[in-house]
Design a protein around this ligand. Structure first.
Ligand SMILES: Cc1cc2nc3c(=O)[nH]c(=O)nc-3n(C[C@H](O)[C@H](O)[C@H](O)COP(=O)(O)OP(=O)(O)OC[C@H]3O[C@@H](n4cnc5c(N)ncnc54)[C@H](O)[C@@H]3O)c2cc1C
Length: 402
């Protein structure tokens, strides 16, 4: 990979002047609303301008509405939007998890059909991977896919399916060849929902929200056209998605920096900013975010060079997920008693500080647990003996390039 600093700086300037020329004042400092919430008119207009400017899904090839940015440059764009205080609208899992799989493994017709629908917000995806008996051991999944003429008929149960209640598409792993070894008989299918045999049941979690769901699938139909990467070849496609999930798009530090600034503002407001212990904690957190940022940039550089994320992605995931947990505790500590008060607004079951604390607990579970990441680093980076009990799929990512 060659890094052209002049080009990166040119991109930075381009984003800055685009924001100056196109800003919609009402959306400044407004965070993109949670899935399923109504968009204001101002936000809708902002989204329209972002699409026109090709600032959503900018890492896609130009022919599909992107700018062909590598993930390092994509990080620069996110940084600049964050610095200016304007939300860089994301298309959620459609953008971060499905589109890389479609781009790498889809045929030209599939790319032409599915990518624009993600970009303009028509298709909102959820991830149908985990099952009651298949989490870390993902290739043990039991959901069946039976080919019937030009369609696949899917029956089974998924769990922990984030945002399924707001989605109209699921990227679903199902077993289409039960006779094949467990990694070989899986297909990766884009399945329309919810009126297609889906029963979505929200699971209430300790944050008070219902971010994820149990999903029961009874003979859902999808055209064979919606099978990405070919029948029975889904494990390979799934690993493109999983690698991107672990890597987290390489821009996580942007949100962390936002939260850090909120806590600094709170410490100024409640007078704790002069407390040497608080100052030390804030300095620790800021330093850690910078390390996370450089780690992400290292990953971005690997991705830009066409290499699949390897054990480095696991190091990165441990770093940010364990940082987030400690930061969540720190945020509540600095906010003090206020962090225990439930807001009056009925839609909010927790205040901002409690949200940072509770929300941070899940990062060490999803996308491969902390224990699984340690296995990967132990076995693949440090050369330690394999865990004999683990025929562990999420810990053994398919890695064609490395
Ligand atoms: C907030 C959140 C959102 C999620 N969203 C989605 C989603 O949208 N779609 C989806 O498909 N899934 C989703 N998941 C599920 C997630 O991918 C799984 O929870 C995760 O893969 C772990 O699987 P499991 O829960 O079945 O735990 P298990 O795999 O049963 O693990 C239980 C415990 O055993 C440990 N363990 C397991 N295997 C090993 C091993 N080989 N070595 C050492 N320790 C091991 C684990 O670390 C863990 O502590 C989400 C999870 C969370 C928390």
């Amino acid at each position: 990979m060659t890094v052209d600093l002049a080009l990166d700086e040119q991109l930075r300037q381009e984003v800055r002047s685009w924001i100056t020329d196109n800003a919609v004042a009402e959306v400044k400092h407004v965070r993109q609303g949670p899935r399923g919430t109504e968009r204001s008119e101002a936000m809708t207009e902002w989204e329209r301008r972002l699409i026109e400017g090709r600032w959503i899904c900018s890492h896609w090839p130009e022919e599909y509405g992107g700018r062909g940015l590598d993930s390092f440059q994509n990080g620069i764009v996110s940084d600049e939007f964050s610095r200016a205080g304007f939300p860089r609208v994301s298309r959620g899992m459609g953008e971060s998890l499905v589109s890389p799989a479609i781009i790498v493994h889809g045929d030209p017709d599939q790319k032409r059909y599915f990518l624009p629908r993600i970009l303009d917000g028509t298709d909102r995806y959820c991830q149908g991977f985990s099952e009651p008996g298949a989490g870390s051991d993902l290739a043990g999944l039991q959901t069946r896919g039976v080919v019937d003429g030009e369609e696949v008929i899917i029956t089974g149960q998924k769990v922990w399916t984030s945002g399924a209640q707001f989605a109209n598409m699921m990227f679903c792993l199902c077993r289409t060849d039960p006779e094949a070894p467990k990694h070989r008989g899986i297909s990766y299918v884009l399945v329309p929902m919810p009126e297609n045999g889906f029963d979505v049941r929200p699971l209430r979690q300790m944050t008070g929200g219902a971010g994820f769901n149990e999903v029961f699938i009874d003979a859902a139909r999808a055209p064979l056209f919606n099978v990405i990467g070919g029948l029975h070849n889904g494990w390979r496609v799934a690993n493109t998605t999983l690698g991107n999930e672990r890597r987290g798009g390489g821009t996580r530090h942007v949100g962390f920096l936002h939260n850090w600034q909120r806590v600094v503002d709170k410490a100024r407001e409640n007078g704790k900013i002069d407390d040497p212990n608080v100052r030390q904690q804030l300095a620790w957190a800021y330093t850690k975010v910078q390390i996370i940022r450089y780690q992400a940039e290292r990953m971005n550089a690997l991705a830009a060079a066409g290499l699949e994320p390897g054990p480095e992605a696991s190091v990165g995931k441990m770093l940010w997920s364990e940082y987030a947990r400690r930061f969540g505790e720190m945020a509540m500590d600095i906010a003090g008693m206020e962090s225990l008060v439930r807001p009056e607004h009925e839609d909010y079951r927790q205040n901002e500080w409690m949200g940072m604390f509770l929300g941070s607990r899940s990062g060490t579970i999803w996308g491969g647990t902390a224990e699984v990441q340690r296995n990967i680093v132990g076995e693949r980076a440090l050369g330690l003996p394999k865990d004999p009990s683990a025929e562990n799929d999420r810990s053994q990512p398919f890695s064609p390039n490395r």
